[in-house]
Design a protein around this ligand. Structure first.
Ligand SMILES: NC(=O)c1ccc[n+]([C@@H]2O[C@H](COP(=O)([O-])OP(=O)(O)OC[C@H]3O[C@@H](n4cnc5c(N)ncnc54)[C@H](OP(=O)(O)O)[C@@H]3O)[C@@H](O)[C@H]2O)c1
Length: 324
């Protein structure tokens, strides 16, 4: 099969289209796994970090890609949920930038009839991440206010929509006026262009209950000051700094909770339970567009390097997808 391989850690040109063995070639499929013929694969920041060697391990030889959509090609021993030919999308550990990928059948979701493969491939990583952090970890309740940093990111556009559907006013930050307009059209009460305005000043009277942050660093003291009593701050990355100053008395006085999570290393059983909850609580929203997919641009699989360049430019709004 054709697949994109990281030939060495580095810039996007290290991504190369190669011939690789199909995942089931040597030992067949693992029990509980199905083989997906990939039609579209989502591109995520994490793929860029992997390619750069940012996780402290050498990614040479790895096939990136954490989410795909396609059709069921084969079902391994002990599987029961899916039939050959069905349209599925899935959260995977890696290997999505390829013509075939094997996945735990419990990590798959049916592609809704009204969605294309490209649209469906944009969903698993962001929806599962937002559900597990904003709703499960930070317990966002209807009526509580959410602030999403990186509002125009793949994660951001999902968080804005889901919070709004479940009854929470949403605020956001983003890096341009165009991105801010987009976030507001999507449902944010107010989006602050952090390059021209100080988000803490603009949002000081908003009364934020929960913050989803991927920026880290100097946002921490601002986040802490913005949060209401009993507020929750949940991290999914620290793109602008892994270390920060915390004013502990404010944390105590407001009874704040600071938490965070990384989805990728969670156990198969955790991901299965999360997928089941998302299937029940979130998936029905796709049928009538209460949750919309936001596709920035698609690239052919062979042009994965251009897709990574686009993501690193941060010019995109929503998701970048590879068509396989
Ligand atoms: N922990 C987890 O389990 C998990 C799972 C999925 C994703 N994530 C993280 O969530 C974030 C969003 O992921 P994604 O795939 O949706 O990526 P993405 O679309 O590329 O989003 C990243 C956004 O962050 C902003 N940004 C980039 N560099 C920045 C910087 N130095 N300072 C401040 N903002 C910056 C950009 O928007 P502006 O131009 O508006 O700044 C960009 O839209 C990533 O950091 C990713 O690693 C974590």
């Amino acid at each position: 099969m054709k697949a994109i391989v990281i030939t060495q850690p580095g810039e996007s040109h290290v991504l190369e289209l190669q011939d690789k063995l199909k995942p089931d070639t040597q030992r067949g499929l693992q029990p509980g796994h199905i083989l997906i013929r990939v039609r579209a694969a989502g591109v995520n920041r994490s793929d860029v970090m992997l390619r750069q060697g940012g996780y402290g391990t050498n990614p040479t030889g790895q096939i990136p890609g954490l989410e795909v959509a396609g059709t069921v090609e084969a079902c391994g021993p002990g599987t029961s949920r899916w039939k050959i030919g069905e349209r599925v999308c899935a959260l995977i550990k890696d290997g999505g930038y390829a013509e075939f990928v094997a996945v735990d059948e419990r990590h798959c979701l049916a592609v809704p009839e009204n969605l294309s493969f490209v649209e469906a491939a944009s969903l698993p990583e962001t929806v599962l991440t937002v559900w597990s952090t904003v709703f499960q970890l930070a317990h966002l309740q209807p009526g509580e206010k959410l602030l999403v940093h990186g509002g125009s990111s793949g994660i951001g556009v999902t968080a804005i929509q889901l919070a709004k559907v479940f009854g929470s006013p949403v605020y956001a930050t983003a890096g341009s006026d165009e991105k801010c307009r987009f976030c507001e059209e999507l449902g944010a009460e107010k989006c602050v262009n952090y390059k021209t305005d100080d988000f803490e000043t603009v949002l000081k009277d908003a009364g934020i209950d929960v913050i989803l942050d991927m920026v880290g660093g100097e946002y921490l003291p601002k986040n802490i000051r913005l949060l209401n009593m009993d507020g929750r701050l949940t991290y999914i990355n620290s793109m602008q700094g892994a270390n920060a100053q915390l004013h502990i008395p404010t944390l105590m006085q407001k009874r704040l909770t600071i938490t965070g999570s990384t989805l990728k290393p969670r156990s198969d059983d955790f991901k299965a339970a999360l997928t089941a909850e998302v299937a029940q609580r979130v998936w029905p929203l796709l049928a009538d567009d209460r949750l919309k997919t936001i596709i920035d641009r698609t690239f052919p699989l062979a042009e994965a390097a251009n897709a990574h360049d686009r993501m690193e430019s941060s010019e995109h709004i929503g998701k970048i997808i590879l068509e396989v």
